[in-house]
Design a protein around this ligand. Sequence first.
Ligand code: SF4
Length: 346
Amino acid sequence: MNDAKLTRQLETWFKANARDLPWRLDSRDPYHALVSECMLQQTQVSRVLEKYQPFIDRFPTVQSLAQAPEEEVLAMWAGLGYYRRARMLHACAQGIVKNHAGVVPNDVKQLEDLPGIGRYTAGAIASMVFHQREPIVDGNVTRVLLRLHNKSVPQTDKETIKWAWQRATDLVLAADEPNVLNEAMMELGATCCTPKNVRCDQCPLQSHCQAFASGTTESIPLPKPRAKQKRMYCATIVSTQEGSVLLEQRPASGMWANMFQAPTIERDDRQPTSAEIGEVLGIDHQQLTELGQFTHITTHRIVEFVVYGADGVQSTQSRAYRTLETLDQVAISNAQRKAMDVAGIL
Ligand code: SF4
């Protein structure tokens, strides 16, 4: 495979075919690039498109993000999932203010030392913003490389990842414009060399691609072994009064850490009974009305929700009524928004 020829073809293709994405318009702003890279991890571009600009409008600088209360950062992240990323981005902004006088560093090692910044994000910022000859590897890049070399292996294997970083390094060294090459590799994986329905007829690398020549594109990479999902049972009680809904905050660690929810009782063996719910909320269980059920699936969990309505649940030190109009400013998980939807308040 001729790396110099391949990278040139890819760079030319990207310049003519890159999608217009808002973070590309201001890609020389390292803070904006940091936000978009964090949002894009494991999240579809269409969803990031809805959330990116409001987040930047609310936190226009690294300083404004660093100073914001975590609750507000989580609220602006609501809908993107994987809230750990929002916390890490927040901690990262604080690290940049504390250790780099509010200026995003341009060095890969200094970037990697910041909270939440892994090798991929550090490479992306160093290469795409500061135009350094640094490789980047994400799921899209790995898939493209495996197909180019017709390597039929799982893409998350340690050996595969090591190999992909080495190949990405070779390509970046052969590129005319490493920043363009890196974005082009990711764009190719997102638009042509997709996991399914591969569009080889539109691919600039078809003549270099060994999987295309062998007819094996769709079977590469090998499927990942499925993560074992834990089943959980949640009873969520939606109590309203005078245009407000009762909310509580989750613990600071574990699933949906620090996020707000309608009072929820969780068990890992069975649904909580109405007597158990009544006892926790300090109400007669006959006040509960079942409103509906749904299943929420995450990478690691299958959560069976039963949603109840109940009037007159008292607020306590840990539970307070919040007006419905302000709910979009509260950090509430997608699962809890679904529960409130079942109760007809969203
Ligand atoms: S030819 Fe097809 S499989 Fe090969 S890199 Fe291009 S899109 Fe991917």
